[in-house]
Design a protein around this ligand. Structure first.
Ligand code: PLP
Length: 402
């Protein structure tokens, strides 16, 4: 500041002192948090060129921010897509991705009937109000699905790699083929699988969405979402929606998710191993009528889909149980009996969390519809964490015994 500083008064100094220093000569080893809403340039002309996309740069954080861009680039690489856009939550990412797919009045969406409850509600309510009709179908019945796709000619198919809470693995290649046959897009929510276990774009999907609140962040302390597109043009459409709708990810959240991402592979490998061991131990337990875990599937077709879709030998880090006494009271008794596992609605955290879908994730689904989906009051979903697996097993077994 030199001479200028001497002339400035304290009121001015407190506003400007220490700011806008030249970029450091060393490149920071970890991405700094660019906690700034705007970016300044030496001349108005340079700024105008950035606004006009004639020069690379940042002008306003809602349009782009280096910390958020670092996270977007990391997820883009993990999903092997053309572009990525980060959002303030998984739901914001889903909402923007559906809009970017060009949903307009009169369009039809064909969605898996096993989708996360809020995604189904988003399609039914917000997109329903806009005149978009959503038809829900069983995506595991590929022949029936093919007939529905050809009859409805939807604009978008929406699937989840691993469904919630019954952990059905979608045949993404088959879904993509069907979608493309009628010129539709396939949007895949890959939250449960993570890009470490599955890359839906490589299996034919057009857009992949994550709730980064789950495994990508991984520590239960940050909410965010990301969408990755197969084409550059789709990413342009997505960032267009993001700029206008404004559901962007904050810089601090981007920093935390970037940090969580560093350990994604080690966390997911350990969590999958723990989940596999828990599922195998509980299979055939006298107090349980069913144990759901992708690699425990008996029939050859399902096994083939699991092998084709998920990175071998992993089956994901969620295990779902159904109590033989399939009542809410029995489910609550089980949950209250847990001493180590946490009663929590989220998943993908470092700790083991247990959820009762009928009163949490699928609370808004009518009881009859829940029963049709196979989600009885005795169903419990366990998001397996990083603890010693013997301690997890011991806790679940003692709660079942109680
Ligand atoms: N997709 C799936 C599969 C989820 O389980 C969730 C939340 O539980 C979401 C999307 C929404 O994510 P968020 O809570 O980050 O908006």
């Amino acid at each position: 500041m030199g001479e200028a500083k001497r002339q400035m008064r304290a009121r001015t100094l407190v506003v400007h002192a220490g700011e806008r220093r030249p970029a450091p000569t060393g490149v920071p080893a970890a991405t700094p948090v660019y906690a700034t809403t705007t970016f300044t340039y030496d001349t108005a002309r340079e700024m105008d060129e950035v606004f006009a996309d004639e020069r690379r740069g940042y002008v306003y954080t809602r349009y782009g921010n280096p910390t958020v861009a670092a996270l977007e680039e990391a997820i883009r690489l993990l999903e092997d897509g053309a572009g990525a856009c980060a959002f303030s939550s998984g739901m914001a990412a889903l909402h923007a991705s559906l809009l970017a797919c060009g949903l307009a009045p009169g369009a039809t969406v064909l969605a898996s009937r096993d989708l996360y409850g809020a995604t189904s509600a988003l399609l039914r309510s917000l997109f329903g109000q806009l005149g978009v009709e959503t038809v829900f179908a069983d995506f595991s019945e590929t022949d029936a699905l093919a007939r529905t796709v050809r009859r409805l000619r939807p604009r978008v198919l929406v699937a989840e790699t691993i469904s919630n809470p019954l952990l059905k693995v979608s045949d993404l290649e088959a879904c993509a083929q069907l979608a493309h046959e009628v010129g539709a897009r396939l949007l895949v929510d890959n939250t449960f699988a993570t890009p470490y276990l599955c890359q839906p774009l490589a299996q034919g999907a057009d857009v992949v969405v994550h709730s980064a609140t789950k495994y990508l962040g991984g520590h239960g302390d940050v909410t965010g979402g990301v969408a990755v597109t197969k084409t550059e043009a789709d990413c342009q459409a997505l960032s267009g929606v993001s700029r206008l709708a404004g559901g962007i990810l904050g810089v601090w959240e981007a920093h935390e998710i970037l940090r969580g991402l560093k350990t994604l592979a080690v966390r997911v490998e350990r969590q999958c191993a723990n989940a596999q061991a828990l599922a195998e131990r509980l299979k055939g337990h006298a107090r349980l009528s069913r144990v759901f875990y992708p690699t425990l599937a008996q029939d050859a077709r399902t096994q083939a889909v699991v092998r084709r879709t998920l990175r071998e030998p992993f089956g994901g880090a969620l295990v779902t149980l159904e109590l033989r006494e399939a009542t809410r009271e029995a489910a609550f008794r089980f949950m209250d009996g847990l001493r180590l596992c946490v009663r929590s609605t989220s998943l993908g955290d470092v700790f083991t969390g247990v959820l009762h879908p009928a009163t949490a994730s699928h609370r808004e689904v009518a009881p009859e519809a829940r029963r049709e989906l196979g989600i009885t009051d005795g169903v419990l979903r366990i998001s397996v964490g990083l603890e010693d697996v013997s301690d997890i097993i011991a806790d679940v077994e003692q709660a079942l015994a109680a």
